[in-house]
Write a protein that binds this ligand. Structure first.
Ligand code: PLP
Length: 344
């Protein structure tokens, strides 16, 4: 049987020979001493492309978010985030466990919160309440279906944060997808946030790694928490080299992933009982509801697997497909035919 077409996530990509070569040839040193030249080069590059003073390489997106949040809060604080955010749902309760925070969740529209919703969630200065300290946004939004945060809303939220003295964190695991989809410079997104995390191991195709960017002062604090959380790594230039390769080669090509996702999303309304608004496929994530077909999401993904196509059930009735650099336009055609067969 042929290799399955794996649309479960953009984390399933494998490093190509050029990336592996860059890794094999990387100059390394002990990064806990700050002496790995390749890590240092990656960090400088990340800070530069996001227009911040400094950056730090960490081992996962979860760690990136959690060290950034830890460095900007005190135990007992409250942070504001969307109910469907990665930080709230998929980081194993880390903000509570590691930073002693409560998360004030708000239900956004496809993960997007408005400034009015956030204003309402900010706690008054009263000792009954946990002090609100930080707003965490996610762009693009994973459970929101790859939705892109409107820049105007980010600007309004930033103005509010300035007005009342709140920190702003961006979970930018897929920030470059947002940037490629809109043509907005990643720097322009980043400037409204104190800290930004982004992942190398999603659409950019690296085996490991994320970065946090921010002011030099903030990144210095983050450095300590990275060590505290067990994330100090040694000759890790081998992994940073993959990151440099990815930033240089794999950003603008994200457009292909978006085109493939649109192709897939556009084919789904033709299937009876499948609910999706193709207009909502903004980047590389396609989420569709199969309630109307009489099948549940996991029986759909089981059937698709028999046809050599892997997707992920993300709720009892919703299925997610994510495009990435190991999926071609031809693969999408095959996936569409498989979906037709499953529902015929
Ligand atoms: C994948 C992802 C992360 C980080 O996940 P890790 O698996 O810890 O690397 C963070 N935020 C969002 C929105 C993500 O999709």
């Amino acid at each position: 049987m042929q290799k399955p077409i794996d649309l479960r996530s953009d984390t399933v990509t494998k490093p190509n020979p050029e990336m592996r070569r860059a890794m094999a040839e990387a100059e390394v040193g002990d990064d806990v001493f700050g002496e790995d030249p390749t890590v240092n080069a990656l960090q400088e590059k990340a800070a530069e492309i996001l227009g911040k003073e400094a950056a730090i390489f960490v081992c996962s997106g979860t760690m990136a978010n959690q060290v950034a949040i830890k460095a900007q809060t005190y135990s007992g604080d409250e942070i504001i985030a969307d109910k469907n955010s990665h930080t709230f749902n998929y980081e194993s309760g880390a903000s509570a466990a590691l930073s002693g925070l409560t998360i004030h969740t708000i239900k956004g529209t496809r993960g997007i919160l408005t400034v009015d919703q956030i204003r309402e969630a900010i706690r008054p200065d009263d000792h009954h309440f946990a002090p609100t300290r930080l707003i965490s946004l996610e762009n693009t939004h994973n459970r929101g279906g790859g939705s892109v945060y409107p820049l105007e809303e980010i600007i309004r939220i930033h103005e509010l944060a300035e007005e009342v003295g709140l920190q702003m964190h961006l979970d930018g695991a897929r920030l470059f997808n947002a940037s490629v989809a809109t043509g907005i410079d990643p720097k322009e997104y980043a400037r409204y946030f104190d800290s930004v995390s982004f992942c190398l191991s999603k659409g950019l195709g690296c085996p490991v790694g994320s970065l946090v960017v921010g002011s030099a002062e903030l990144i210095d604090k983050v450095h300590r928490y990275r060590k505290m959380f067990g994330g100090g790594m040694r000759q890790v230039g081998i992994l940073a080299a993959a990151g440099i390769y990815a930033i240089d080669n794999n950003i603008s090509r994200l457009k292909e992933d978006h085109d493939n996702a649109k192709e897939l999303g556009g084919a789904l309304p033709a299937i009876k009982g499948v609910a999706i608004n193709p207009e909502e496929v903004e980047t590389n994530i396609v989420i569709f509801d199969v309630a109307g077909t009489g099948m549940n999401a996991s029986s759909v993904t089981d059937r698709l697997r028999e046809h050599g196509v892997l997707m992920l059930p993300v709720s009892p009735t919703r299925v997610r497909a994510v495009t990435h650099l190991d999926v071609t336009a031809e693969d999408i055609g095959i996936a569409i035919r498989a979906i037709h067969q499953v529902f015929s």
